[in-house]
Design a protein around this ligand. Structure first.
Ligand code: 13P
Ligand code: SF4
Length: 318
């Protein structure tokens, strides 16, 4: 039971409201434990977009950040998409706006634009493809080698994709996520000295990604280094024979990892890697969303219709 503004909230209350409103709760892997526990589905950006696309529920309560709820609203125009806190933003999505992208496109008139899903609907509307961390390499590989590519907005994910695809004519926007940029090369080096037999799970938004690739190429991170999306990390944790895992991403994922793998141990590479935007969603706010039908995320159709094409390409290449 949880108390909010003189109301005691139980998981049963949430369940009853979900049924009454024909609602489904989708939660990102970085959500707080209580929210993960009441979710129908937990996953990474790609998995949640796919769940949104497939659900038969009339209302989607999106427990994540604003661009994720916007993506759900774009691909499900007939559903009501609610975010429990409209202030749940994303520093990475804020690092480029549609004016900046328009200007960049004019400097490269023949280029194709690949936008990470962590972007606003306006930026997606100006893009040719969207991608997530789990399919960025595949999406870029699907583009003919002789085309220029503008990749945005994450420079660390961009550097990783450039290395994996070995493309020329690949331009990267200098944006970053403040949480993952804070996970640095020294942290991998220090952890490697302490945990020689652990598996290292690294999100490609981390500033340590290039160092991880270098260590992998050198053989120091040999078979135990893995650059993965958050859902890729979950799958790896489940299937690997390792007992210890060093996790280089937002720390919210550790709750689910430990819950689903009680006999393994998970160690955050940096305990301060916490996304304040993801943590804005609380059980009380989810309850408020269900009771008061707030806060609706609706993208104007003029923008949504343009953003839908790159998102659909992202969903088909995974
Ligand atoms: P994933 O798609 O890997 O879950 O990443 C989303 C995100 O916001 C990472 O910070
Ligand atoms: Fe955005 Fe970074 Fe938070 Fe992910 S962790 S939602 S990229 S600010």
């Amino acid at each position: 039971m949880m108390k909010t503004e003189n109301v005691l909230i139980s998981v049963r209350d949430i369940e009853q409201l979900k049924q009454k409103n024909d609602a489904v709760i989708l939660a990102h892997n970085y959500q707080i434990p209580e929210v993960q526990d009441i979710a129908d589905y937990i996953g990474d950006s790609l998995a949640l977009s796919k769940k949104a696309e497939k659900t038969s529920a009339k209302t989607i309560i999106f427990c994540g950040v604003h661009f994720m709820a916007e993506t759900a609203s774009i691909i499900c125009p007939d559903k009501k998409v609610l975010i429990p806190d409209p202030e749940a933003g994303c520093s990475l999505a804020s690092s480029i706006n549609s004016y900046e992208l328009d200007k960049w496109k004019k400097e490269h008139p023949n280029a194709l634009v690949v936008s990470y899903v962590n972007t606003t609907a306006e930026v997606k509307a100006l893009s040719d493809y969207c991608c997530t961390s789990s399919n960025a390499v595949k999406v870029v590989n699907s583009i003919p080698k002789d085309r220029e590519v503008l990749f945005l907005p994450d420079m660390f994910l961009g550097a990783y994709v450039a290395e994996m695809t070995k493309r020329e004519n690949f331009y990267i926007w200098p944006g970053e996520c403040h949480v993952h940029a804070g996970i640095r090369a020294e942290e991998i080096n220090n952890m490697l000295k302490q945990y020689k037999n652990a598996d290292f799970l690294i999100h490609p938004e981390c500033s340590c990604t290039s160092n991880a690739l270098y260590l992998m190429a050198k053989g120091d991170l040999n078979k135990n280094g893995h650059i993965l999306s958050t859902e890729g990390m979950m799958n790896h944790a489940r299937n690997s024979n390792a007992e210890k895992f060093i996790v280089a991403t937002e720390t919210g994922i550790l709750y689910r990892m430990q819950k689903e793998n009680p006999n393994k141990s998970f160690i955050p590479i940096n305990e301060n890697a916490v996304c304040k935007y993801m943590k804005k969603i609380t059980m009380e706010k989810v309850y408020n969303s269900l009771i008061n039908n707030v806060y609706e995320v609706k993208v104007p159709e003029g923008i949504a219709s343009k953003a839908r094409t790159p998102i659909e390409k992202m969903l088909s290449i995974s």
